[in-house]
Ligand binder design. Structure first.
Ligand code: BES
Ligand code: ZN
Length: 930
């Protein structure tokens, strides 16, 4: 080509070369530019027999902060039409004052780089327009499709939805896909007029499409400034339930038409919680409307898109007849969580994913406050705070854990951060602050933080500043203390401490020391020179003021991070116990000297056991079980503590015990001594089962959620260990159900024990019992019921049924959605027979699994631990770690899950080597005593 002609063409097309590889390889975008506003329009075609696709145009107003010769933004798997790229200076009189002369890509970081004809000069604003297209796939991220079956015609109906968090907006349109680039969005959706279209904002106007018959453009109002991961849109043929909000905000709950009657609960609780948050935070919900929508295929439980929250059906829909209280509370929690994000996350957003916990930890904790307000009878705050602590006491006691706030460079590291550390430890440390600062300071600190950073981004230090200021103003913190010093010790370090309390009974004093608590007893604790600022609350046998959770003192750290010794005085004599960490105010364990444990055991085993607050009874159970595991205490003491459970009727102590008992069960279920373990547990739970009237009661008459949950624990343990009539009653109920003319409508099994009854009946039942349940699965219209059934189907003892079921789970043609398949797989694998099958199945079918599940690595990560449960010896441990190593490629984005699995296995092998005999000696002893 003649160079002159080439040059002219370049001028006309504004482009010389096709994409090449760029050499800019840093994981963050360059800082020379900032998006000011996005105009995004997307045309969706859901009815083309040749395939589903969308195409779009994005116009971005870009402010230049530093001179630069390129525009670097994110784009992934989008076909960008280079001929249609245009770039011009805003407010310029010339038509062609700049252009793009070449483009390049960086596939590692999903960068799309536009090299400009002329330098972009600081202070100017440019308008960049790009056109692009892509298939609407089913991969559950980006702009994707999901489906449901029309019950009348049995036809598949398609809908679309977005899932952008954390880094998938770039799959849907070219953008600056980092949370700190906030900008307003004007979204316009083109679609067939038979569909609804939804986005973050209300509709502004609709007009016919210029060329496509029966197509329309729906333009939405301009949004408030927001991060790209919160943008959302959906094309669907759903129905909705409207709710009213006092201040006029429109609130709607959307679902497939056949599930509209399942929207009532969410449509009621959503607005209530939203209104409560407005009061709590002192900031009105800033958008004119709020939609919540149930999506059949969804990657997580829910996503907090601003003004358009999306949920998996089980997390939004409630059926009056088919949803258990537990599932309903899960819906309430999810709704409260996502609505809390509208402030924590959407209004104020973390600067970078390092501080993801500010989003997730806050949403988690604030949801408990929200539900404590709307449904105080659920005891959500107490129950879930304990649940959070219980789970972090386990995972955060592993060396493979990580700090709440952590450096993040890779996309896989962002994804891995959506874990119990961000959510539950995040929530636990916020609760700790709430309790040591008090209501007034906590609220005013949060309000000022939200006010200061609204529509902007923040990092944890900003929160510490707001809270310190409020605390000093209200005298809720010694003037020489800073929240930052205290909280950095909790958020920048892995793990949590155990406080060792050694009492001097004669002097009425106790010496307190701290060290990191680790489950792996092969690592010397002295390796970990860590120190936490620990608020110390405590009470004594005579004072019993458990409700006073404010710190009486602090365990402090020196400037170089060493723990400073502390002695506490004014303690009682040798006949009275002390308990530290009243109501588990902060995430630490407490170990006492032998005498104090003796005193505690005495009270627990007396009629006065309820003088110890129920949360601290749960704490003592959880602590003593783990101390027996790691050797600080022995199993005789542990069994001494839990013996009192025969009289315990509160939920939380039972929850604590239940977890440890089922853990131990897994460890010993295939050992020759299992028989005596079963006898022991049976004895422990029989009184509770009998007192709650076994399975017999129809739970409808029981009001309290505590009893319902307790009954659930009692019944599932009773059926597992074949206590009393549990198995036969389950089978009776199941037989009764099978005999109904229309079992899909008419189900005599009480809804809150259905999982146990189904599982027990399938376990002890015939092939026909399994088939009956499978048919119910296919016919069910309520997703929570479907989940319950699917889980119960894994309970069969028939190897061939299990094998067939495994194959059905991984067959994309079959009727099991991949999310459910992953959880059912985990259940099969956690069974002693199923484990062999599951392991073999995975090894034989690696490619297939990888193909079907690879975009959903989180699912694989979830069922990994269940494959490791039957590992008891060093040899098995080595075999399994070799296996994991050989699967490196498949598991490359799941480093954290792999490390945690390995460490859990190691800890369990250690238990077998060191504790197995001691444990059974203690069990034998207890059985003899009876
Ligand atoms: N922001 C998350 C959704 C999310 C999770 C996006 C992981 C990307 C990766 C959402 O707010 C959330 O936390 N959902 C929870 C439910 C909640 C009740 C704990 C979920 O999906 O499990
Ligand atoms: Zn969340």
């Amino acid at each position: 080509m003649n160079w002159l002609l080439f040059f002219l063409l370049t001028l006309i097309l504004g482009l010389t070369t096709t994409s090449s590889e760029s050499n800019y390889n840093y994981y963050r975008l360059p800082t020379a530019l900032r998006p000011q506003k996005y105009f995004l329009s997307i045309l969706t075609d859901l009815d083309n027999p040749k395939g589903f696709s969308f195409n779009g145009t994005v116009k971005i107003l870009i402010e230049v902060l530093e001179n630069t010769r390129n525009i670097t933004l994110h784009s992934k798997d989008l076909k960008i039409d280079v001929c249609q790229i245009s770039l011009r200076k805003v407010n310029s009189s010339e038509k062609r004052d700049n252009c793009v002369n070449s483009t390049a890509v960086n596939p590692t970081h999903n960068y799309y780089i536009l090299n400009t004809c002329q330098e972009l000069l600081a202070g100017n604003v440019y308008e960049l327009t790009m056109s692009f297209s892509a298939d609407i796939k089913t991969q559950l991220e980006g702009y994707y499709r999901s489906s449901y079956e029309d019950p009348e015609t049995n036809e598949t109906r398609w809908i679309t939805i977005t899932q952008f968090e954390p880094v998938s907006a770039r799959l849907a349109f070219p953008c600056f896909d980092e949370p700190n680039y906030k900008a307003p969005f004007v979204v316009t959706l083109g679609h067939h007029k038979k569909y609804n279209s939804l986005s973050n904002m209300p509709v502004k106007k609709t007009k016919p499409h210029e060329s496509l018959t029966d197509y329309v453009w729906t333009e939405f109002q301009e949004s408030v400034p927001m991060s790209t991961y919160l943008v959302a849109y959906s094309i669907n043929d759903y129905s909705h339930k409207p709710s009213t909000l006092r201040n006029g905000t429109l609130f709607r709950t959307w679902a497939r038409p056949n599930a509209l009657d399942q929207c009532d609960f969410a449509a009621d609780i959503g607005p209530k919680v939203l209104q409560y948050y407005e009061e709590l935070f002192g900031i009105k919900f800033p958008l004119p409307k709020m939609d919540q929508i149930a999506i059949p295929d969804f990657k997580t439980g829910a996503m907090e898109n601003w003004g358009l929250v999306a949920y998996v059906e089980t997390a939004l829909l409630v059926s009056a007849t088919h949803t258990s209280l537990e599932d309903k509370m899960n819906v309430a929690e999810t709704v409260a969580h996502e609505l809390a994000h509208q402030w924590f996350g959407n209004l104020v957003t973390m600067k970078w994913w390092t501080d993801l916990w500010l989003n997730e930890g806050f949403a988690t904790y604030v949801s408990y406050l929200g539900l404590a307000h709307t449904n105080p009878e659920w005891n959500f705050l107490e129950k879930n705070s304990f649940g959070d602590l219980k789970s972090i006491f386990r995972i955060d006691a592993m060396e493979s854990s990580h700090p709440i706030s952590r450096p993040i460079q890779l996309v896989s590291e962002i994804t891995e951060s959506f874990d119990d550390i961000s959510y539950r430890k995040g929530s636990a440390v916020i609760r700790m602050m709430h309790l040591f600062l008090g209501e007034k300071t906590f609220r005013s600190g949060l309000k000022s933080y939200l006010q200061t950073y609204k529509y902007k981004n923040a990092e944890q230090d900003n929160l510490w500043e707001s809270l310190t200021a409020a605390a000093h103003e209200n005298d809720d913190l010694p003037k020489n203390y800073e929240i930052k010093t205290i909280m950095d010790s909790w958020t920048l370090q892995s793990g949590y401490p155990v406080i060792n309390v050694t009492r001097d009974y004669a002097a009425g004093k106790a010496k307190l020391t701290q060290e990191r608590y680790l489950l792996n007893s092969e690592v010397p604790r002295s390796n970990h020179k860590t120190c936490w600022w620990v608020p110390l609350s405590y009470t004594t046998q005579s004072k019993l003021d458990f409700n006073n959770t404010s710190p009486k003192d602090w365990l402090e750290c020196s400037k170089d991070g060493l723990s400073l010794p502390k002695t506490i005085g004014n303690l009682p004599g040798a006949d009275q116990w002390v308990i530290f960490n009243t109501k588990l105010t902060a995430p630490y364990k407490v170990n006492y000297d032998a005498q104090n444990w003796k005193l505690l055991i005495r009270t627990l085993n007396s009629k006065d056991f309820e003088s110890i607050h129920l949360v601290n009874r749960a704490q003592l159970i959880d602590d003593i079980f783990t101390f027996a595991w790691t050797g600080e205490q022995d199993y005789e003491t542990a069994l001494g503590v839990i013996g009192y459970l025969q009289r315990e009727r509160e939920l939380l102590p039972w929850k604590a015990a239940d977890e440890h008992l089922s853990n131990l069960d897994k460890l010993v279920r295939s050992t020759p001594k299992y028989g005596s373990y079963k006898r022991y547990v049976k004895k422990l739970i029989a009184p509770l089962y009998e007192e709650l009237n076994g399975i017999n009661d129809t739970l409808g008459s029981i009001q309290s959620q505590e009893t319902t949950h307790l009954k659930k624990i009692a019944v599932s343990l009773a059926c597992k260990y074949q206590v009393s009539d549990c198995v036969s009653r389950s089978k009776d109920l199941y037989r009764d159900w099978r005999s109904k003319a229309n079992p899909d409508k008419d189900n005599p099994v009480p809804v809150d024990v259905r999982d146990v009854v189904y599982c027990t009946s399938v376990e002890h039942g015939s092939d026909e019992d399994w088939e009956f349940l499978w048919t119910r699965y296919l016919n069910a219209n309520v997703e929570t019921e479907k989940d319950t059934i699917l889980n119960a189907l894994t309970c069969t003892r028939e190897v061939w049924l299990l094998q067939r079921f495994l194959e059905m789970m991984f067959d994309p043609q079959d009727d099991i959605r991949s999310k459910n398949a992953a959880s059912a797989f985990g259940l099969v694998a956690s069974d002693e027979v199923g484990w062999w099958l599951a392991k073999k199945y995975v090894l034989d079918n690696l490619d297939l699994i990888h193909k079907n599940f690879s975009p959903m690595s989180a699912y694989i990560a979830k069922f990994l631990p269940s494959l490791s449960v039957n590992v008891n010896t060093r040899r098995e441990y080595n075999e399994f770690t070799d296996l994991l190593d050989s699967l490196k490629d498949l598991l490359k984005d799941m480093k954290q899950a792999v490390e945690q699995t390995k460490e859990s296995m190691l800890i369990e092998v250690q238990w077998h080597e060191r504790k197995y005999l001691q444990f059974f000696q203690a069990i034998q002893q207890k059985l003899k005593e009876a």
